[in-house]
Write a protein that binds this ligand. Structure first.
Ligand SMILES: *Cc1c(COP(=O)(O)O)cnc(C)c1O
Length: 290
């Protein structure tokens, strides 16, 4: 099972902010992998889809907020690989689904809205799920698609990269992608995760749970959340616009825009050793007008 992964597309960013510091910046364009199963989400889903198939489950069920990229990717993957899909959506005030949820629905995902209180209490939520669907039929993907099989998939993100690099940068939500990358890195390389959420402490715990205590090749930057998950500022939006104008690469304000802003800021503050080759991962997350 798989989508065809062509040779990974890597672009060098020509920017004086890096040249002047003797740094090189490259972008790995995972956003170009697939129209809807975009970026890191394919890697997170890959082995879960295989496992679901192995278990003979015909329906994927997962959880997410109204703006979750994971919901869209799961809906698209289900459609592409012949599964049914159910999305448990946080917030029963969403009587009218937004554009993204409508899109998930168009791809065949059945949406069930639950209250924020119910969504928060995982035991009660699972009881609800048990009553709402035939549990024997479904393969459950946790919220954000974060599990061991997702980490296993993310270990393949840097396969077949034919440039040299020292530091990898990625955007973080659950930290699953960061964990997979950390586990796959050769010695002398390191990965920095840029948290898109406020409060990165839980994120470090998550990553540590996956990679173990003895790995020290990863770190989390918590200063670039711009107010929290899916929040933004005019400064961030201006940066994203400027970056797109200059380098013809679109970034989103939830994940990759914050990461890229952070990379430029760390360069400005001389946090990278001169001579470093930085590989930033464009994890996707662009679903405009869909
Ligand atoms: C989901 C997502 C992430 C976060 O991935 P995690 O594995 O949850 O940390 C980063 N970037 C984009 C564009 C995403 O959609």
């Amino acid at each position: 099972m798989g989508i065809v992964i062509r040779k990974p597309l890597i672009q060098e960013i020509q920017d004086d902010s890096f040249k002047n510091k003797k740094l090189q910046l490259f972008v790995l364009r995972l956003d170009l992998l697939h129209e809807y199963i975009s970026g890191n989400k394919w890697y997170k889903l890959k082995y879960n889809l295989e496992e679901a198939q192995k278990q003979g489950k015909r329906t994927l069920l997962t959880f997410g907020g109204a703006y979750s990229n994971h919901i869209i990717a799961t809906a698209a993957a289900a459609k592409e690989f012949g599964f049914s899909a159910i999305g448990i959506i946080r917030g029963d005030e969403l009587k009218e689904p937004n554009e993204r949820l409508l899109f998930a629905q168009e791809m065949g995902m059945k949406l069930l809205y639950v209250s924020r209180e119910l969504y928060r209490e995982k035991e009660k939520l699972m009881k609800y799920v048990n009553e709402a669907v035939d549990i024997n039929e479904i393969y459950i993907l946790p919220e954000g698609g974060s599990n061991d099989l997702a980490v296993k998939g993310c270990r393949e993100i840097l396969n077949n990269i034919d440039i040299n690099y020292d530091i990898v940068c990625c955007a973080c939500g659950t930290g699953t992608t960061l964990a997979g990358i950390a586990l796959s890195l050769k010695r002398d390389r390191a990965v920095i995760g840029f948290s898109s959420l406020k409060g990165g402490a839980f994120l470090e715990k998550e990553v540590q749970n996956y990679v173990g205590m003895e790995m020290h090749n990863w770190s989390v930057e918590t200063n670039y959340h711009f107010g929290g998950y899916a929040k933004s500022t005019s400064e961030l939006l201006d940066f994203i616009k400027g970056f797109n104008q200059k380098h013809n690469i679109e970034l989103d304000y939830v994940y990759t825009g914050k990461m890229m802003y952070g990379i430029f800021d760390l360069a400005k503050k001389n946090r990278f050793i001169p001579g470093s080759r930085i590989l930033a991962i464009h994890t996707g997350g662009l679903y405009k007008n869909k």
